[in-house]
Design a protein around this ligand. Structure first.
Ligand code: PLP
Length: 389
């Protein structure tokens, strides 16, 4: 008789986006004339850049010709792409070997799969509020989770507490959902704490491309000693609009001892690589013109973020993020709770955001808006917001 993984029964049902969608649907059917603007979804809206598209087109042509056709590629990614990623890190003063870079179909899969390498008895430390993947993947394995409070007091950037013992630490900077980003001094404290505890940091850099402040690190490896204590996850999803294309990578430094070989073994056993066409498309963002194009796309989102921030400033509403992130995390006015504020925005302004309470206990009373929309829609949404608040 087969037995189930009972840990799945400990997962909380993820109502957040389902509940948002059903509220929006109900409202729309009662008010079919309302033009609803969505500033809630954590997904890009701009199409792929022309450099990416033409690289993918030529890769398709290669696949059509017996002389250039590719079958299975290396599970850990083609050398040409790993070389480009290495060059990208070099451009922010991080030296990597290509054997430390593992190409994958995205950061979410790698964040889940990496747990194959760790015993169930490890205690994990996770910020609250948080990207739900870190929590749920550990619940599925039955690991003990400690939460650290991200709050208004610490600017949603929790710092290590030496009285807390843990084995695996999740950090996401710039953060989803709060948009807050650690500076070098803060990350150095985390690296030192991890060293002192013999712990490992799992660093999610999915939003590094949104960093504009040169004082903020784009990679944890910009911090001295980080290669001894951290694995970094990154993705083409938000950087280059690859959410529907699927491409990411994970850095497992050789300095982490057996982990690099273990991850190689895990990937070569359970994963068969990303399609050649997709890797060619991803590789195109690292050319001079490719980098320019993705910067232009990110600039469109950043302009939206500025429109949102200016409106909140005018209204005297507190927020984090926006500057080095596509997310603006705002404090609901008049001590409203997250869902009441959601209802108010939907009903009075026909604007949809994401209630902070959906990301954890500390998200209550906060609200996430995203810069992933058109400038015209963002401007209109903010004009409506100003009218109702
Ligand atoms: C969007 C996002 C990712 C990227 O996931 P992919 O699987 O690469 O699309 C990773 N981490 C966070 C926090 C995200 O918001």
């Amino acid at each position: 008789m087969y037995k189930l993984n009972e840990n799945y029964s400990n997962l909380k049902e993820s109502y957040l986006f389902a509940q948002i969608n059903s509220k929006v649907k109900n409202f729309s059917s009662e008010h079919p004339e309302a033009k609803i603007i969505r500033l809630g979804i954590g997904d890009v809206t701009l199409p792929l850049s022309s450099q990416v598209i033409s690289a993918m087109h030529s890769a398709v042509d290669e696949m059509a010709d017996g002389k250039t056709f590719k079958g299975y590629g290396p599970e850990q990614g083609y050398e040409f792409l790993k070389e480009s990623i290495r060059g990208y890190y070099k451009s922010h003063n991080v030296d990597l070997e290509t054997a430390e870079i593992f190409v994958s179909d995205g950061a979410k899969s790698d964040l889940g799969n990496i747990l194959d390498l760790f015993d169930k008895s490890n205690v994990v430390l996770i910020p609250d509020p948080v990207y739900p993947v870190y929590v749920d993947t550990n619940i599925m394995d039955g690991r003990k989770i400690l939460f650290m409070n991200a709050s208004e007091e610490n600017g949603f950037l929790p710092m290590p507490d030496s009285s807390v013992d843990c084995d695996i630490i999740y950090l996401c900077s710039p953060n989803n959902p709060t948009g807050a980003a650690y500076n070098r001094t803060q990350l150095k404290e985390w690296v030192d704490y991890a060293k002192a505890k013999g712990a490992l940091i799992l660093f999610d850099a999915a939003y590094e491309a949104f960093i504009e402040d040169p004082l903020l690190p784009r990679s944890i490896y910009e911090i001295e000693g980080a290669k001894d204590v951290a694995i970094e996850f990154c993705s083409f999803s938000k950087t280059a609009g690859f959410t529907g294309v699927r491409l990411g990578y994970t850095i497992v430094p050789n300095a982490l001892g057996p982990l690099n070989k273990m991850w190689l073994r895990r990937q070569t056993t359970k994963f068969n690589g990303v399609s050649y066409i997709v890797q060619k498309g991803g590789n195109a963002i690292f050319s001079e013109e490719g980098l320019k194009q993705i910067k232009e796309n990110i600039a469109v989102y950043k302009k939206n973020a500025v429109v949102i921030m200016e409106t909140l400033d005018k209204l005297g509403i507190k927020y984090t993020g926006g500057k080095n992130s596509p997310y603006i995390w705002l404090k609901c006015p008049n001590q409203m709770n997250s869902w009441d504020f959601f209802d108010l925005l939907l009903e009075k302004a026909n604007v949809v955001g994401t209630p902070g309470a959906g990301f954890g206990t500390n998200g209550e009373g906060w609200f996430r808006l995203t810069a992933f929309n058109t400038l015209a829609n963002t401007q209109e949404a903010m004009q409506r917001l100003e009218k109702v608040l």
